[in-house]
Design a protein around this ligand. Structure first.
Ligand SMILES: C[S@@+](CC[C@H](N)C(=O)[O-])C[C@H]1O[C@@H](n2cnc3c(N)ncnc32)[C@H](O)[C@@H]1O
Length: 450
């Protein structure tokens, strides 16, 4: 069994991903559901490196990555390319080699689905990621890596795993002995298995191949999303759900650290990560920990100085552009080898997304731009939110972006064809094969004088 055809268990109602919740709007969309589900199980053929132009240049990063790939002990290296329309991006293209026959080693390593997904996208295996390693395995042994799809493997497992469905994903070399990995009070750190070849064809690029703050691995649609926001120098920008800061730092780079960027996240430890990323990237950003559904100050009574202070809660019509990269069911992640989320959890996001959206509309200046994005595939969290927003806020219109790379929005909501063409869905049919993602760009109409 290579990749599964769906990350969900057999009894999961996959139809709910492609329907809206209200019965009157429950129209099954025309897309081939099976094709989408199979696609999210596979790893993308593309890895994108976003360069931080506040600290370095595209050529400098290219040379570092090229040199790093030459040092990797792997049969696959991928092809590095510039993407001319995105000067901050380097592409690393690799082919899925699902059909290839791999040498399988006698010794096996068992990992969970998340760790397996990271391996398929170029990570080595760090010590905490290992569930099972066979007794008799030694440092420098060749091993085959398997994912435990049914969560049946217990930490510290020591034999050939036969208790559940396992799939082969990669080969590697052991770098840490079994006795250093498991056991009471052991908190092992570092690379435990160095990957040499993966089913996805993605070279094991690892995660520290660049000096701090020079750039990062960032999914292509996440990069596009910020380009769609199109921040301009000296503007006032709000990033409402910002941690860990991967889009915030790109906004700062595009604005060349001019203007004012406010980045917010609700979760305290994620805010710490956001601050760290901004510092590392040299991005001039004001970071606040707050619930972005509650950052609107409705008071009409304020001085110019109050407005300039720019700390939450903010007065209405304060921002030139707002990015609402919303919390979502994250079903666009790839590869997803196994997903045990529930319908209840998937459905919990729409009310939160609507409340965040309402706040965003109030905080946006007339004439301003609001970008709504998610990394999920469901109709309700994407086209469903856009259809609701257009019904609810007369002041909003969908805008035509200067960058149109994603496919059109799906059918199944009250959006007409013209509106669907203004949306950007990243799915199985894109030229650059990346993750599932959704972008909608709105403009708030200027107020009419009577
Ligand atoms: C999709 S992630 C953001 C990713 C980020 N934009 C980036 O590119 O690095 C969504 C974030 O929303 C945050 N979040 C969830 N509910 C929130 C709320 N009510 N207010 C602010 N942030 C919230 C989560 O903590 C999470 O970090």
């Amino acid at each position: 069994m290579p990749y599964p055809n769906s990350p969900f268990p057999e009894d999961f109602d996959e139809g709910i991903l492609f329907h809206l919740k209200n019965d009157d709007e429950m129209t099954l969309i025309q897309n081939d559901m099976k094709k989408v589900l199979k696609w999210i199980c596979l790893a993308p053929n593309l890895t994108t490196i976003r360069i931080n132009t506040l600290k370095t240049s595209r050529d400098a990063v290219y040379k570092k990555v090229e040199a790093h790939l030459k040092t990797i002990n792997s049969k696959y290296s991928g092809i590095l390319q510039y993407l001319e329309s995105f000067p901050q991006v380097i592409l690393l293209l690799h082919q899925d080699i699902e059909g290839k026959i791999f040498e399988k080693y006698e010794k096996e390593i068992i990992v969970d689905a998340d760790c397996g997904a990271a391996v398929l996208r170029g990570a080595h295996i760090y010590a905490p990621g290992i569930l099972g390693m066979m007794i008799g395995s030694c440092v420098n042994d060749n091993v085959s890596i398997y994912v435990d799809l049914d969560k049946k493997c217990k930490k510290g497992f020591s034999k050939v795993f036969t208790d559940g469905t396992k799939i082969f994903i990669a080969n590697g070399i052991i770098k840490m002995a079994r006795h250093d990995l498991f056991g009471k009070e052991k908190l092992p750190k570092g690379i435990a298995v160095e990957i040499t070849e993966t089913l996805s064809g993605c070279p094991p690029i690892g995660d520290n191949f660049l000096p701090a703050g020079w750039g990062l691995l960032q999914n292509f649609p996440s990069i596009v999303c910020v380009n769609v926001l199109n921040p301009q120098k000296h503007e006032i920008i709000l990033d409402m759900c910002a941690a860990p800061g991967n889009k915030t730092t790109y906004i700062a780079a595009l604005m060349e650290n001019t203007g004012s960027i406010i980045a917010i996240d609700k979760t305290p430890n994620k805010v710490q990560q956001l601050i760290k990323t901004c510092e590392e990237f040299g991005a001039n950003v004001k970071v606040y920990q707050a619930d972005s559904t509650k950052i609107l100050n409705n008071s009409q009574n304020h001085s110019v100085q109050d407005r300039l202070d720019m700390a939450p809660p903010f007065f209405e019509k304060s921002f030139d552009r707002i990015l609402l990269d919303a919390p979502c069911s994250a079903l666009g992640r790839r590869p997803q080898l196994s997903n045990r989320t529930s319908v209840k959890v998937i459905r919990s996001y729409v009310p939160l997304q609507r409340r965040l959206f309402e706040t965003a509309v109030s905080l946006l200046k007339p004439g301003g731009t609001l970008v709504y994005s998610t990394c999920t595939i469901t109709l309700a969290e994407n086209e469903g939110i856009v259809a609701w927003a257009l019904r609810t806020f007369n002041c909003l219109k969908l805008a035509k972006s200067h960058i149109n790379i994603g496919g059109p929005g799906w059918k199944g909501t009250s959006l007409n064809e013209e509106e669907r063409l203004l949306l950007q869905r990243f799915g199985p049919n894109q030229e650059l094969d990346s993750v599932g993602f959704f972008i909608a760009c709105f403009v708030k109409q200027l107020e009419q004088l009577n």
